[in-house]
Design a protein around this ligand. Sequence first.
Ligand code: FAS
Ligand code: PHB
Length: 392
Amino acid sequence: MSKRVQVGIIGAGPAGLLLGQLLHKAGIETAILERRSRDYVLGRIRAGVLEQGAVGLLEKAGCGGRLHSEGLVHDGVNLAFDGELHRIDLKDLTGGDSVTVYGQTEVTHDLMDARAQTGAETVYEAENVRPHAFDGESPYLTYDKDGQSHRIDCDFIAGCDGYHGVSRQCAPPDLLQVYERIYPFGWLGLLADVPPANDELVYANSARGFALCSMRSLERSRYYIQCDLSDRVEAWSDEAFWDELRRRLPEDLADSVTTGPSIEKSIAPLRSFVAEPLRFGRLFLCGDAAHIVPPTGAKGLNLAASDVHYLHEALVAYYGDGTQAGLDSYSAAALARVWKAERFSWWFTTMMHLFPDDGPFGQKIQEAELDYLVGSRAASTSLAENYVGLPY
Ligand code: FAS
Ligand code: PHB
């Protein structure tokens, strides 16, 4: 079966769904092909913090309702080390900016519901999705569904299919340059229906390793502890998690942790990764398909949003008056912001985690960096402006 749309999108994660929604609002016809089921995509527990830029795009996509009624606006974030809590006043240091705590699951839910209302083509459980002929003027997508082969002709293809997707794999190897750093630890995350230990996020550097106190609402908490790459989630009972988490927090905060049964528990590896360029003819890479950051800086989902911003603007200009300028500058514009977020995420990860191989000198450097950071308005401002999100 064959069909034609203007933009074919691979992947129904935040990048694909947000791009589809913004293009729909601009009268541009899209089709989204997602290999998993709707419920599987919604079942993935991932990001929790939105920059103001991402909030603005979700409002533009018509998905600001629940975000504003249920999202939690945070004017500050906290660093814990040497038994003390140090607040970074995001709002004061950035002249009024903040972040919104609203889980990626909810973002995806809102975007899926909005997409469904448009009636635009969205195929879940699409198998063997592949982009074709994107080096020419007439690219197309093929996929299988219920034993039938399908083709979608389009003007452009957006590869929004994440780190393990097919798009980047189809890029000409001689044109693709990748940059990567693998961290020698992972994050063990736990989700529980218990009130958060603190009203704002707390990033903790302790002699036993990193910990993060986050949340999804005032009734649902999200915690992480740094773990070994050899760790298996089955080896961590809820009790063992809660005990280790509290050992890594200042005493007063540890006493404020409400424990309870986990509703999700998983281990994620940490890597920094960037693929360049983001354009191959009429195929554009967007979001995790193009780059990965360690979640320390809460940038992954937010970078997907800024890529979508640049690509959506470029496509609207192309279909508006035929200009190619935005399409031609997409890769450089998106990568300029990506690399700044990669730097911030690498810096924050390096400062907050235990690197046993760095020895006592490395530990002392971390202590000096943290001491300088909380004692210098200039250093705190740098953290704050990166955390709330640099301008698009
Ligand atoms: P996604 O990976 O979300 O979506 C890609 C979609 O494409 C998926 O639905 C996938 O099923 C689909 N797909 C893949 N291959 C396909 C194919 N061949 N055909 C069709 N569809 C295909 N970010 C943060 O900011 N904070 C965090 O705490 C955080 N935690 C994370 C934990 C984990 C385990 C992971 C993996 C990521 C985490 N991230 C976090 C980053 C994450 O939020 C991503 O940045 C975000 O999901 C990016 O969205 P997309 O680019 O849409 O990619
Ligand atoms: C989360 O709530 O999942 C979260 C928040 C901030 C981060 C990473 C993850 O930096």
